[in-house]
Design a protein around this ligand. Structure first.
Ligand code: FAD
Length: 319
């Protein structure tokens, strides 16, 4: 069976394989036999092998070196390009995170291959589905040059276990001077919160300008906590200083695709939709019945968020 390389992403806090990787392994299985590629500082692969085996990695290719850790993404792209040259895989699948997309772009240049970014589905014949123009168009595209490279949008494929051997192979890592031009001087790991990661959460509750203040975001957090959800925010809420930028959802923020997205005090501008409209179910709370978000919502509540959201939180918590 053809080999498909899957780049592994591990959590920065050392808590193991990120869900985006399990999704990528699941999607890759339609194209062939996944080989999980673990690239990082010495010790990165320890503790991730079991999860990779459970989700279908026939092989685990381990390239560990201080150089990979010390210089942003260039060394990873270089090692992956060498693997593509040595192994001629049928495809490469990479989680569609900011780092993943940068690595994929560099890999495409190095290998002279076509690449499809932010895909939501991959078919057995290699055809990928993409959502374009802020969701107005669904594109089916296929790479015609080189080794197809895909970045898979988070939460678009449900991870499915399929136990495999996960035979470990060591990859020789030699990083060129060209890949050592930007050195990492410090890493700040975001404080671990009890809430799920925004891009991986199955429920997201987002607040917009209608929330009106940073203090009032506690209403959004209260509903999120009653549901075990992540908190998101619109750009207007972020620009107004109500919530940190790392929680912004939209074209210039994070892309989410949860089972349930609750938009509170958000009008539904196209740039916001771009980051959340592939959510499976959308609920909107807005006091303006004409707000564009209602065109997109599966369920809408017209009302003041200061009344509706605490009442909903109370009902959910009481269950
Ligand atoms: P508003 O549009 O002001 O809407 C607030 C809503 O709250 C209104 O519908 C109002 O009826 C409702 N409301 C007010 N008070 C209450 C209440 N008490 N109870 C219930 N409802 C209430 N935006 C993003 O979100 N993400 C992006 O990534 C992003 N990227 C952008 C990139 C570019 C290049 C540009 C030009 C814009 C971008 N924007 C982005 C901004 C976007 O165009 C909108 O300005 C923004 O999404 C509006 O945020 P909002 O819905 O919170 O605010």
């Amino acid at each position: 069976m053809a080999e498909v390389l899957v780049l592994v992403e591990t959590a920065p806090d050392g808590s193991g394989v990120r869900k985006t990787t399990l999704e990528a392994l699941t999607a890759a299985r339609v194209l062939g036999e996944p080989s999980a590629v673990v690239l990082g500082a010495p010790g990165t692969a320890a503790g991730v092998k079991d999860a990779l085996a459970e989700y279908g990695a026939a092989k685990v290719l381990v390239g560990e070196s201080d150089d990979i850790d010390a210089y942003l993404v260039a060394p990873k792209a270089e090692v992956l390009a060498q693997l593509v040259a040595d192994r001629s895989p049928a495809a490469v699948v990479i989680p569609s995170t900011p780092e993943g997309k940068e690595i994929a772009g560099r890999l495409a240049i190095k290998t002279g291959s076509g690449f499809l970014t932010d895909v939501t589905e991959i078919a057995a014949d290699g055809t990928a589905t993409q959502v374009a123009f802020a969701g107005a168009t669904i594109v089916h595209a296929k790479v015609t040059t080189g080794t197809p490279i895909y970045t898979l949008r988070g939460n678009s494929v449900a991870p499915e276990a399929a136990p495999a051997a996960a035979e470990e192979e060591t990859v020789t890592v030699s990083v060129s001077d060209a890949a050592k031009q930007t050195r990492v001087v410090d890493r700040v790991v975001e404080q671990k919160s009890d809430r799920p990661d925004l891009t991986e959460a199955s429920i997201v509750v987002s607040g917009g300008r209608g929330v009106a203040s940073a203090e009032n975001f506690s209403i959004i957090e209260g509903l999120a906590d009653s549901l075990g959800a992540a908190v998101g925010a619109s750009r207007a809420a972020v620009d107004s200083g109500f919530y940190p930028h790392s929680f912004q959802v939209g074209q210039t923020g994070k892309t989410v695709s949860p089972q349930l997205y609750i938009a509170v005090g958000i009008s539904g501008a196209i740039q916001h939709r771009a980051g959340m409209q592939t959510s499976k179910s959308i609920v909107a709370v807005n006091k303006d019945p004409e707000a564009p978000i209602f065109e997109l919502a599966d369920f809408g509540v017209v009302g003041d968020l200061n009344t509706v959201v605490p009442a909903a939180t109370e009902q959910i918590t009481a269950r």
